[in-house]
Ligand binder design. Structure first.
Ligand SMILES: C[S@@+](CC[C@H](N)C(=O)[O-])C[C@H]1O[C@@H](n2cnc3c(N)ncnc32)[C@H](O)[C@@H]1O
Length: 307
């Protein structure tokens, strides 16, 4: 059974890159009146406490969202500019914390950021297979009281996605954010995207991937780019490397099955992105990298192709 729980990682550097990109895409999609559907194939539990057990044990948010908040406060104090996308993303995160960055206790996962950016005409479909996290997600979604607008599906997101495509209004975002706990997830991402793009070629697809020393991970970033080019879909690929110190991924943590803590970098590949996305990320990522970087090295890249 799966052991990955996103609660250990909520608000880390990978979430910062992923969720900043998600906010940029959803804010752009919200500019047109026609409703859209968001499909989150790997939703997680929805919303996370940063001051409770799971998060405190790993403290990944200290090197992620909390460093970013501190950098923004320092920039404001020094009258330095903060990129718009960073502001928009943090505004969303603060929205779950009484509008404040001082006492941040809650971190919104992708389902929570998405639901906050839905209009009445939009829909959200959430796949999650982990028994505990899908139950948590179910309960939290029920508390929102949004009826049929948000649906939780306790099934394999790679397999279930096709049944939802094309989306009813032909406007849709698919977020594919596996834990890559299974080696087969890398190939499943490509297979699932190939099929999804055949059914719904004009949809926007955002895929998160880890940048780690594993051959499947290296080849996934390359394969995503090659697929977008072969299918002549516009794309943006952004990577953020914060060079976390080896102490944050100790062998003890690896032994406990929490090897994800050793991840130093990750990427987002977006197919059919908003035309504004590459520029927004190019403006935001130097600031984010500076805020989150560790002395052993850091960096960012944004590549794009237009068709
Ligand atoms: C990285 S986490 C998701 C985090 C979430 N998207 C966010 O940004 O807040 C990946 C999740 O996918 C779930 N999962 C793993 N394999 C899955 C599958 N085939 N279908 C649906 N969910 C899956 C895991 O239980 C885990 O909760």
């Amino acid at each position: 059974m799966f052991s990955y729980r996103h609660a250990f990682h909520a608000g880390n550097h990978a979430d910062v890159l992923k969720h900043m990109t998600l906010v940029a895409i959803l804010q752009y999609m919200g500019q047109k009146d026609t409703g859209f559907t968001v499909v989150d194939t790997h939703a997680g539990a929805g919303v996370y406490r940063l001051d409770q057990d799971h998060a405190r044990k790993s403290a990944e948010s200290d090197a992620g969202i909390f460093r970013l908040l501190a950098a923004v406060e320092a920039a404001k104090a020094g009258s330095q500019p903060v990129p718009d996308l960073v502001k928009h993303y943090l505004q969303q995160v603060r929205g779950f914390n009484n509008g404040s960055s001082k006492d941040m206790r809650v971190y919104p996962g992708s389902p929570w950021l998405s639901q906050a950016l839905l209009r009445p005409q939009d829909k959200l479909k959430l796949f999650e297979v982990h028994p505990t996290d899908s139950r948590l997600l179910d309960n939290q979604v029920a508390e929102l009281g949004r009826g049929k607008q948000i649906e939780v599906l306790r099934r394999n997101g790679f397999e279930g996605l096709k049944s939802l495509l094309p989306t009813p209004t032909r406007r849709g975002l698919v977020l594919i954010d596996p834990s890559y706990e299974l080696k087969t997830d890398y190939a499943a991402v490509i297979d699932c995207l190939e099929e999804a793009l055949q059914r719904f070629p004009i949809g926007t697809y955002a895929v998160w991937y880890p940048v780690i020393g594993r051959p499947e991970a290296h080849s996934l970033a390359r394969k995503l780019k090659a697929m977008s080019q072969r299918l002549q879909r516009s794309w943006v690929q952004a990577e953020l490397n914060v060079g976390l110190t080896p102490t944050e991924g100790t062998s003890a943590q690896v032994a406990q099955g929490r090897a994800h803590t050793a991840m130093r970098a990750s990427g987002m590949h977006v197919i059919n992105p908003p035309f504004t996305l590459a520029a927004q990320l190019r403006e935001a990522l130097p600031f984010v990298t500076e805020a989150l970087k560790d002395p052993i090295g850091s960096g960012w890249t944004v590549e794009s192709g237009n068709y």
